[in-house]
Write a protein that binds this ligand. Structure first.
Ligand code: CA
Length: 242
C-alpha cells in the first residue's frame, strides 16, 4: 500500500533531500512550495501525512496547520512540523495548532523517517503491515491472509478468504478495536475520499464480512452499535446490539 506524504517546503534543496529520503524508505512524496500550492494538492488527493515547514512565504506553516485542523476533510491528517526554531514557546504554539510532532532543522534522514513512521503507526494503525491478532482471528496485511483459530491454544486454524473491500474493512476495524465508527467514517477511511457512495454500501459489505466469519463462529466480533455504526470487539460480545 502506497503511503503519500505531502511535503510543504519552500527551499528546493531541502525539498529534494526530504523527497529522496522518503522514497528510499518506501513512502511516496508529493511536494508543494507554499500553503496555496499545498491546498490545491490536498483538494485533489488527501495525503496520509503532511510534513510542514514552519517558515513559508505568505501563509506560515503554523497558520496552514490551523487551517487543516479547522476543515473537517483534513482535520485528521497527521502533521509533522519542520522548523529551524527551537524555542519552547514556538514548539507549544505548533502543538496547539494541531501538529503531531516536531522536527528541528537540521535533521538526519534517519530521524526524519523514524519520526514519520512513529506518527503514522500511532495515528493510522491500519496502514501498517503489522500482524494483528484478536478474538481468535489473525490478520496479516503483508501476505493478505486471515486465520481463524478454533481453540485457545492456537493450534487449529482455518484460513478465511475475503474480498478486497471486506479485507480492508476487517483490517481497519481490527486496527481500531473497541472503537465505534459511523458509516460515513468507514466510507471515508476505507473507500477513500471524494467517493460518493451511499451509506448503505457499508451495510452490504459488513453483511458479507459477517457471513464469512459466521462459518468459523467469529461473526459476533463485528458488532452493530445501534444508531451509531460498527465496531470490532473481542471483549464486549455480550453487548452486541443486533
Ligand atoms: Ca522555509
Amino acid at each position: 500500500m502506497s503511503i503519500t506524504v505531502l511535503v510543504v517546503e519552500d527551499e528546493p534543496a531541502i525539498q529534494d533531500l526530504i523527497s529522496f529520503n522518503l522514497k528510499k524508505s518506501g513512502l511516496t512524496p508529493i511536494c508543494a512550495s507554499n500553503a496555496e500550492q499545498a491546498t490545491v494538492m490536498i483538494n485533489n488527493v488527501l495525503p496520509d501525512l503532511v510534513l510542514l515547514d514552519w517558515m513559508l512565504p505568505n501563509m506560515s506553516g503554523l497558520e496552514f496547520a490551523r487551517q487543516l485542523r479547522r476543515n473537517t476533510r483534513t482535520q485528521v491528517i497527521p502533521i509533522i512540523m519542520l522548523t529551524a526554531r527551537i524555542e519552547l514557546e514556538d514548539k507549544i504554539s505548533g502543538l496547539e495548532a494541531g501538529a503531531d510532532d516536531y522536527i528541528t532543522k537540521p535533521f538526519s534522514p534517519r530521524e526524519l523517517t523514524a519520526r514519520i513512521k512513529a506518527v503514522l503507526r500511532r495515528r493510522i494503525p491500519e496502514i501498517s503491515d503489522e500482524v494483528i491478532e484478536a478474538g481468535g482471528l489473525k490478520i496479516d496485511p503483508a501476505t493478505h491472509r486471515i486465520l481463524a483459530y478454533s481453540d485457545d491454544s492456537c493450534s487449529q486454524y482455518t484460513e478465511i478468504k475475503l474480498g478486497p473491500t471486506e479485507f480492508r474493512l476487517l483490517h481497519f476495524l481490527m486496527a481500531h478495536q473497541e472503537r465505534v465508527y459511523t458509516r460515513t467514517q468507514l466510507l471515508d477511511r476505507i473507500w477513500g475520499d471524494h467517493v460518493f457512495i451511499e451509506d448503505r454500501t457499508v451495510d452490504v459489505h459488513i453483511r458479507r464480512l459477517r457471513k464469512v466469519l459466521e462459518k468459523v463462529g467469529k461473526d459476533d466480533l463485528v458488532q452493530t452499535v445501534r444508531g451509531t455504526g460498527y465496531r470490532f470487539s473481542s471483549e464486549n460480545v455480550a453487548h452486541s446490539e443486533e
